[in-house]
Design a protein. Structure first.
Length: 113
């Protein structure tokens, strides 16, 4: 026997979710621009029977996916910092699971002056 270990919490799904297909397109991508940053928010894909394990947020100056960030599946908002002011950025957002990445939601957003 030894000292007690700390408790761990875990989340289980009330029903099994499908992971034989990639997730759908995230919905309702919105962008809030600041001088040197962009705040990006979104909603999960409509098919709630397919598991989403994470999101990939891509961005670049006039070109998508120059930079890519991997985000947690529970996240619905992220701030991209240290951007150039008054610059147009192309954003892509994909949901992913063990099967792969889904189709991207593509949008553009310009930082403030």
């Amino acid at each position: 026997s030894s000292a007690a270990s700390p408790w761990f919490s875990a989340q289980t799904f009330t029903k099994d979710l499908d992971e034989t297909k990639v997730p759908g397109i995230p919905l309702d991508l919105k962008c809030r621009s600041q001088k040197n940053s962009l705040g990006v928010s979104w909603a999960p894909p409509t098919n709630s029977h397919v598991v989403v394990r994470g999101y990939q947020l891509g961005f670049g100056e006039g070109v998508p996916d120059v930079y890519k960030l991997v985000l947690d599946s529970r996240k619905r908002y992220h701030v991209i910092k240290d951007l150039k002011p008054n610059t147009e950025y192309i954003l892509t957002l994909r949901a992913s699971n063990d099967k792969g990445e889904g189709e991207p939601f593509i949008d553009s957003c310009k930082t403030g002056p």
